[in-house]
Design a protein around this ligand. Structure first.
Ligand code: XIL
Length: 368
């Protein structure tokens, strides 16, 4: 990977200004737009996700270099694209991403090594039969060692394990998914994955990453309770877990008390916290990636006001816990680059016009 550290800050702020007339609201005072990363420079890193620079416009790339400290590859570093069959590795797209980030003085976060999704089925098969534990572990160790060593020094850390906890089940246990790695190998697959990642790059910061793991924090129930049981076990077993990624795929009625309590609970284990995939749907839905039909395709203006309010309150929470929060990463550059299609969950419209949510995030930075 190239080691050049050019400034890359040639962005014209005027590209990032304007009114959001297409959405029926206007954004004032954007002529002297402050960047998100400047606004939060004293608190935590601000990130975005995408497989840059391929298939992104100049304006989108300028938006990224202007606003963000760090990038998470949205798809290209996952097991399926990097390791599509036993002896077939492909790092072309993520290598381009790392080069582009280094050229523009942007850090990179590795995502992800151990996951049930976007992972080749070949990991779990052996001549048409299910692979046994030993074979699956040998493959996982090879995968982690190869990928982590390839990006050693180029990424600052990894989401080592992603989404291990099931959505339904017994919250008095760690409630791991009952398929994929957890079925073929068992619960120790997590400890081993963290140890192998640490061996491959002792300087990398290693995270457990999951969605909805804040849910139930106020009552010590739900997915949050399972996440606490899991993390305590991993730490007891000596797994080098340094932090927890709360993905942050949220909506207009997300329970903010749970968010704050979850951050405090993870910090009480001695762990750092990041918000790793932040988006807040403007539709009121919390439907993952699925397209939402919103009548004639318009979302009421008041939803954008409410969305801004949720973002403001979230960042006020993050500010209160800036001592343990390392990074807040948005999952995409704009509403049209979002996996949550047509739910307009991000800070910028598809035309990169700042929404009320953008102003709210900046205001939250200035408020304390
Ligand atoms: C999503 C990407 O944004 C989509 O482009 C892709 O089709 C599916 O994966 N949790 C994660 C991310 O950890 O990797 C997912 O990213 C979103 C949910």
């Amino acid at each position: 990977m190239k080691r050049r550290l050019l400034s890359g800050m040639t962005v014209c702020a005027c590209l990032l200004t304007g009114t959001v007339s297409g959405q029926g609201y206007s954004a004032d005072n954007t002529e002297d737009m402050q960047s998100l990363k400047e606004a939060y420079a004293d608190r935590f890193m601000i990130g975005t996700a995408g497989d840059f620079p391929r298939r992104y416009s100049e304006a989108e790339l300028e938006n990224v270099t202007f606003h963000y400290d760090i990038v998470t590859p949205e798809n290209c570093m996952k097991p399926q694209p990097t390791h599509s069959s036993e002896d077939n590795y492909n790092f072309d797209t993520p290598d381009d991403l790392v080069d582009w980030c280094q050229d523009n003085d942007i850090k990179v976060w590795g995502h992800t090594l151990l996951w049930h999704a976007q992972t080749g089925r070949w990991f779990f098969q052996d001549d048409g039969e299910p692979a046994d534990r030993k074979l699956a572990l040998r493959r996982l160790k090879r995968h982690i060692s190869k990928v982590v060593k390839h990006y050693k020094g180029d990424v600052i850390g990894w989401d080592v394990a992603n989404e291990s906890i099931a959505d339904e089940g017994d919250w008095t246990t760690e409630n791991l998914r009952d398929y994929s790695w957890y079925k073929t190998v068992g619960p120790d697959v997590l400890t081993l994955a963290f140890k192998w990642a640490h061996e491959a790059d002792p300087d990398a910061v290693l995270y457990y990453n999951d969605y909805n793991i804040e849910q139930g924090a106020s009552q010590n129930t739900g997915k949050h309770a399972s996440s606490m049981i899991l993390l305590k076990r991993l730490l007891d077993e000596g797994a080098p877990v340094h932090g927890v990624g709360i993905q942050g795929h949220w909506h207009l009625d997300t329970n903010l008390a749970d968010v704050e309590q979850a951050i405090e609970n993870y910090a009480s284990l001695g762990l750092k916290v990041s918000i790793t995939e932040l988006d807040v749907t403007a539709t009121g839905d919390n439907s993952g990636s699925f397209d939402v039909q919103t009548g004639e395709g318009t979302i009421p203006e008041e939803n954008y006001v409410k969305q801004a309010e949720v973002y403001r309150k979230l960042f006020e929470i993050f500010n209160r816990h800036a001592d343990v929060i390392e990074r807040v990463t948005f999952w995409g550059v704009s509403d049209t680059r979002s996996w949550r299609g047509r739910q307009n969950a991000l800070l910028f419209t598809g035309d990169l016009e700042p929404k009320p949510a953008f102003q709210a995030v900046l205001q939250a930075a200035a408020s304390e």
